[in-house]
Design a protein around this ligand. Structure first.
Ligand SMILES: Cc1ncc(COP(=O)(O)O)c(C=O)c1O
Length: 444
């Protein structure tokens, strides 16, 4: 995370029409009142423009989907044969060729991969449900226990938290730094509390703060002692190949768990939702030999199989890992200017105000920003009033409860560059207005 701590720098702010201002946080009451007036004028002008902009969800833009579609349209006769007839029943764990492609991308052996349907979130839900209903590793099913708890690095992905909440699992916030979750706390809690059954990790370009787990963090997660025999390391590598500015390497968690004899702990998830089509992609879950056996056993009751025609379509489209990487480089060309717009506008408008800090991710789908305490909800309320829908404040925390009310998730991928620039101009004024009002409240 990049934090700004700049003292009394004088700047000229173009959005405020050339007002010279010092660090807003340090302004006198009179200076703040003058600034508030200017900001309200700007805000009212934005409102009068009747914007309808949406920066709320991490969806690929139509431009990204079109890049994929051009290639899909060139495919002929993709319904051919792998080791089985893809048109028919059979092959519950998915096409071998597809699992081999995913193996090259994730570093997990193809034999330890099970294909899912279009959504990895579905596989994550199923993994929690299996433990909850049936249990694993000779341990009691979680529904039979008084209390089940999970460690949740924050800020995090709202849908992970929604699944855990749905099953009545108590979520414990774990702070993060630039290396991943606070491992001292993770190790301590996991070692002393048997009711802690897992941790939710997005190890590369985490949603929303773009944090990439260091090799040391990955190793400690694989190595740590856990009081629960059925502790599960949910490794949701949703952005594992989604580099934008610079490629960040992730340690091979499968190998690390093998090295420390904790291979049954790992549940590795991955999907092509942001590679091809979120509505029609491929997903996988991987784990130890035991875990895969258990998943297949349960899955064989649940379904006859997932969409193998689509799996083959993906193999035919990319051929090999290099085919996927080259496609991702094309998509990054579309995403980079959008991330630039967000980062440049934040830098220009808010860098020296003391009202917002933000991260500069090297990949993924989001930028995470933090207002001063108690201002995130108000900022989002103001952006909505001015016609910009953003992810709800609080959504990045378990129970939608951001204890300091600071975190805001910016999702730049879906809007056009023009829309994004307008949305960011409005956002910056709203951050300032909410911040100035908060500071004025403290001076009454
Ligand atoms: C961390 C994370 N995991 C999973 C998903 C959903 O993936 P899928 O479309 O494969 O269900 C998302 C989508 O935003 C995500 O950010």
């Amino acid at each position: 995370m990049v934090g700004y701590n700049i003292n009394n720098i004088k700047i000229t702010n173009p959005i405020l029409g050339g007002i010279i201002m010092s660090l807003i946080k340090d302004m006198s009451k009179d200076e703040l009142l003058a600034l508030k007036k200017e900001l309200e004028k700007k805000f009212d002008a934005f409102k009068a423009e009747n914007h309808q902009l949406n920066m709320s969800r991490g969806k690929p833009s139509p431009q990204q989907l079109d890049i994929t579609e051009k290639k899909v349209n060139k495919l002929k006769n993709f319904v051919n044969y792998d080791e089985i007839d893809v048109r028919n029943y059979g092959g519950l764990s998915g096409l071998r060729s597809c699992r081999e492609l995913l193996s090259d991308l994730t570093g997990v052996p193809a034999d330890n991969i099970v294909m899912g349907g279009t959504s990895s979130l579905n596989l994550i839900y199923d993994a929690v449900a299996r433990e909850f209903i049936f249990g694993s590793n000779g341990c009691k099913a979680w529904h039979k226990l008084d209390k089940v708890k999970f460690l949740c690095p924050v800020p995090g992905y709202d849908r992970h938290f929604a699944i855990l909440e749905e099953f009545g699992i108590e979520m414990i916030n774990i702070e993060m730094d630039e290396n991943g979750p606070d491992m001292d706390t993770v190790e301590k809690l996991a070692a002393e509390d048997e009711s802690i059954k897992g941790i939710m990790c997005v190890p590369l370009y985490a949603n929303p703060n773009g944090v990439c787990y260091s090799d040391e963090t990955s190793e400690r997660l694989a190595k740590m002692k856990t009081a629960a025999k059925d502790f599960r390391l949910f490794w949701d590598n949703a952005y594992g190949i989604h580099h934008i500015y610079k490629e960040t390497k992730l340690a091979n968690i499968f190998e690390l768990c093998k090295k420390y004899g904790t291979q049954d702990r790992l549940l590795y998830f991955f999907s092509f939702s942001k590679v091809t089509y979120p509505g029609s992609s491929i997903s996988m879950v991987a784990g130890s030999d035991n875990t895969v056996k258990e998943i297949i056993r349960r899955m064989s009751i649940q379904t006859i199989g997932h969409d193998k025609v689509n799996q083959l379509r993906h193999v035919e489209l990319f051929k090999n890992a290099e085919g996927v990487y080259s496609h991702m480089r094309e998509l990054a060309e579309v995403l980079r200017p959008k991330f630039d717009i967000v980062l440049d506008t934040l830098e220009k408008e808010l860098k020296d105000t003391g009202l917002l800090t933000w991260n500069k991710p090297n990949g993924g789908y989001f930028i995470s920003a933090d207002t001063i305490e108690g201002c995130a909800k108000e900022t989002i309320r103001l952006t909505k009033e001015a016609g910009v829908i953003m992810t709800d404040a609080g959504a990045t925390y378990p129970y939608k409860n951001d204890p300091k009310d600071t975190n805001i998730r910016i999702a730049p991928t879906y809007p056009s560059e023009e829309e994004l620039q307008s949305a960011m101009n409005i956002f910056c004024v709203c951050v300032k207005l909410a911040g100035v009002n908060k500071l004025l409240g403290g001076k009454e």
